[in-house]
Design a protein around this ligand. Structure first.
Ligand code: PFF
Ligand code: NA
Length: 447
């Protein structure tokens, strides 16, 4: 179905592409970052803006990447060069840089997840049930989030990524994702039902689902960049992952339907995660704004202490989250590795080991202090990905609109002017919101 040399695997089927793209999208962004952002930005007011952005910005921006990938059939850097040429080629280098930064701290958080798989078995985070739970769960997170534990599990996470990518067993990812998505839906479903029975549930639902418009109007300067950053981060946009994945697609593929499927799964899992996390936090008397980077770990650990066979559910929960995190991490490193293979002529194995080591080192400072997670994270999601998104939009929707429209139309039978709607949505409102978000994100980062 596609061209590709022996260093580039192709999707065996259309399902293979969707699974890989869902595997990239669904990850720590949904399970760890989403509740953390919601808590920081005041609950439902953030959700409203976030959902609007996913639809009006995220989905069209995904089409932008799909168009470049499928038209060129090349890795990210090659794709940008072929699509645009000239100075635009540097955009590919920017994507490589973004991949380094994101994976560096993503791996530290992925290490926390692996640590919690172990902690579920040893019972480390479980106190006696009742009010004892909250402090035990909190203290446990405090102990493992930094220091030697964090460093060791960061190393383990990167090692897993490197081994999977070096062996080129990405096909295994298809299987992993096939198991991961239903498993997450099931396990989170069980936890959401448990959370529903908690005394703080009603208050949590109103916080999470009923937007306070006054709050929104008073805080839009922080909500807008947070929602844009989360939209790009969670959908794996702004650094070429979706360009790479779409490069293997054939022309009879309807890009719109594929994009909608990916966005749908990704959004569903985020919303479900919130239904687990917030009732637990409210019931424990934890202010969701104070939960920070540990919110998901502390709240879930605490719930598991209350549940029969909680340790087993914990192994399954953190185990599936680990698969989700790994499939996203692989998509991140793959942008860099395929660049190194195609452009620098390095072998896959050598490229993966060297790049993986570099990323590991870049993540070391993050294991020293959890504030470093926030620092890397704001820089990556609110600045770098948004810059990547802006440049891609300018390139595709302003500089090469005719090519883009023609590419988008392939595989879609009845267009009825949707292509023009897409083009003008991306050209003006998307661009304006992204530029405003970037400005606000930079202000936040430097202050
Ligand atoms: N989308 C992934 C998540 O939500 O966990 C994270 C991610 C993957 C971000 C790939 C960016 C990226 F290019
Ligand atoms: Na995501």
């Amino acid at each position: 179905m596609s061209t590709g040399n022996d260093t580039r695997e192709t999707w065996s089927t259309r399902l293979g592409f969707i699974l890989a793209a869902v595997g990239s999208a669904v990850g720590l962004g949904n399970i760890w970052r989403f509740p953390f952002q919601v808590g920081q930005e005041g609950g439902a007011a953030f959700i409203v803006v976030y959902l609007a952005f996913v639809l009006v910005i995220g989905f069209p921006a995904m089409m932008v990447e799909f168009v470049v990938g499928r038209k060129t059939g090349l890795n990210t850097v090659g794709a940008i060069r072929e699509f645009a040429g000239g100075a635009w080629t540097y955009l590919g280098s920017l994507f490589v840089f973004i991949g380094f930064v994101i994976l560096a701290y993503y791996s530290v958080v992925g290490g926390w997840v692996l640590r919690y798989v172990l902690g579920s078995v040893t019972g480390g985070y479980v106190g006696t049930t009742g009010p004892e739970e909250a402090p035990v769960a909190q203290q446990y997170f405090g102990e493992i989030a930094t220091g030697l534990d964090a460093l060791a599990f960061h190393a383990l996470f990167m090692l897993l990524v490197v081994v999977i990518v070096a062996l080129g067993v990405k096909r295994g990812i298809e299987l992993g994702v096939k198991i991961m998505v239903p498993a997450i839906a099931l396990i989170f479903g069980v936890l959401a039902v448990y959370a529903f029975t908690l005394p703080g549930a009603a208050e949590a639902y109103s916080y999470y689902l009923s937007p306070d418009l006054d709050y929104l109007l008073a805080n839009w300067q922080s909500i807008v960049p947070a929602a844009a950053g989360q939209g790009f981060f969670t959908l794996s946009l702004g650094m070429g992952v979706m360009i790479t994945y779409a490069s293997y697609l054939s022309e009879d593929e309807n890009l719109g339907i594929d994009g909608a499927t990916i966005v749908g799964f990704n959004t569903g899992i985020s919303i479900l995660t919130g239904l687990v996390v917030f009732p637990i936090l409210f019931s424990a008397g934890v202010d969701p704004g104070e939960g920070g980077a540990g919110a998901i770990f502390v709240s879930v650990a605490q719930a598991l202490g209350d549940i029969q066979f909680g340790w087993l559910l914990g192994v399954l929960f953190f185990g599936t989250v680990a698969i989700a995190a790994l499939s996203s991490a692989i998509s991140l490193i793959e942008v860099i590795v395929s660049y190194a293979i195609d452009e620098l002529g390095v072998t896959r194995r050598r490229a993966t080991v060297l790049i993986g080591s570099g990323i590991f080192l870049l993540g070391v400072p993050v294991t020293v202090d959890t504030d470093m997670v926030t620092l890397y994270d704001i820089f990556a999601a609110k600045i770098l990905l948004v810059v990547g998104g802006i440049l891609l939009v300018v390139l595709v929707a302003w500089r090469h609109a005719d090519d883009a429209i023609a590419e988008l139309g392939k595989g879609i039978d009845s267009f009825a002017g949707i292509d023009r709607v897409w083009l003008w949505t991306v050209r003006v409102p998307v661009l304006v919101v992204l530029v405003v978000s970037l400005a606000l994100g930079i202000l936040e980062f430097v202050s």
